[in-house]
Design a protein around this ligand. Structure first.
Ligand code: F2R
Ligand code: MG
Ligand code: MG
Length: 320
């Protein structure tokens, strides 16, 4: 049975949120510690999501309200939604504070890290709405992945990591076969370090590598180049949503973020129906909880449909 595009849209956003919530209590644990505390079957505990999902919500809200990208508005959404308890990366936290205090959203991120900008995974972890909304236009996808990253991540490797994650989600929405996906990603990605990591993914998949080898070759850290390829690998290695996300979190390190990125690609590929019910039920509810996240996916689908059919009198059902 062919999966509906809408279930892939909602699957990508809910998949990202449940991956984040599954990994959140373990963020910073080494692989051995995760295993000793949780065993092989990692359970969702509180269902609370972190900065990964809070920022993804801002990206989705802004794309819906503006029927496309508006950087000033997206930065404002990040600031409106910000809760320190969601545990933001230090760079992103500083950028949002400086924009709130009046600095330009277009340039401030480039001033961090001695003027080099951040190559953290904070732009990639929130990119799912861009990946689904522009899934059918590779050039536009790259343009908006870079522009939405620029708000917090000025370094080329932070932006390219977000673009690679967005391309993976887009190919998953298109239903591209997994082998073809890796070939296409190698063609699309620009930077050498990511090309090299994609070659390593291929080699690791061929020999069903153990977790230590995966962490050594691909990484499990907060840098985009040490986590986006790890999420792509976790998705490609398994045949179902749950196995991929449990594996990703089980690698330790930046567990919430590698879980979120694996969940976004897997949700876009298998659809919302493939996400375990118990995880969806446990995912926090409330003002911007699971129902709202599903609604954002449905709205992105609806806005995209309206844009394509040129029915511009679209009014959102609910104010973001
Ligand atoms: N930050 C966390 N978790 C730890 C929270 C501890 C906190 N004190 C608390 O408990 O409340 N998680 C979230 O952060 C990651 C995303 O980070 P983001 O948004 O990319 O932040 P940042 O600071 O820009 O980059 C992360 C780190 O990467 C290194 N780095 C980046 N660019 C660098 C450069 N140009 N030179 C050197 N190092 C660079 C730095 O160590 C940055 O701090 C996610 O895990 C999310 O879940
Ligand atoms: Mg987080
Ligand atoms: Mg994290």
């Amino acid at each position: 049975m062919e999966l509906s595009l809408k279930s892939k849209f909602t699957g990508a956003l809910l998949g990202s949120a449940v991956g984040d919530a599954l990994g959140a209590p373990l963020e910073g644990y080494g692989m051995e510690k995760v295993k000793s505390v949780y065993g092989e079957n990692i359970k969702m505990l509180s269902g609370r999501y972190t900065d990964d999902t809070e920022m993804m919500i801002g990206v989705a809200e802004s794309l819906i309200e503006n029927r496309g990208f508006d950087g000033e508005d997206m930065a404002a959404k990040f600031i409106q939604n910000y809760h320190a308890r969601r545990r933001y990366g230090p760079g992103s936290k500083e950028v949002l504070r400086r924009i709130r205090e009046g600095e330009s959203w277009e340039v401030v991120s480039g001033k961090l890290f001695d003027g080099k900008g951040s190559y953290g995974n904070g732009a990639a972890m929130r990119i799912a709405p861009v990946g689904i909304f522009y899934y059918d236009n590779t050039d536009k996808l790259r343009e908006i992945a870079y522009k939405s990253s620029q708000i917090t991540h000025g370094h080329a490797l932070g932006k390219e990591g977000a673009a690679l994650q967005a391309f993976s989600i887009a190919l998953a929405v298109r239903g591209t076969e997994k082998e073809a996906m890796l070939l296409e990603l190698k063609e699309i990605v620009k930077s050498g370090i990511y090309k090299e990591k994609l070659r390593k993914i291929e080699a690791l998949l061929e020999k069903e590598a153990d977790k230590k080898a995966v962490i050594f070759e691909l990484g499990n850290g907060e840098e985009a180049f040490n986590s986006v390829p790890t999420a792509i690998y976790s998705f490609l290695r398994f045949d179902c949503f749950k196995d991929a996300v449990v594996y990703a979190v089980g690698l330790g390190g930046d567990t919430d973020t590698i879980g979120a990125m694996t969940g976004a690609i897997s949700g876009a590929y298998y659809g919302e129906g493939a996400i375990p019910e118990e995880w969806k039920k446990r995912l926090e509810e409330g003002e911007k909880g699971r129902s709202y996240i599903r609604w954002l996916g449905e709205e992105l689908h609806r806005v995209k449909f309206y844009i394509e059919t040129k029915l511009y009198n679209y009014v959102p059902k609910r104010v973001c």
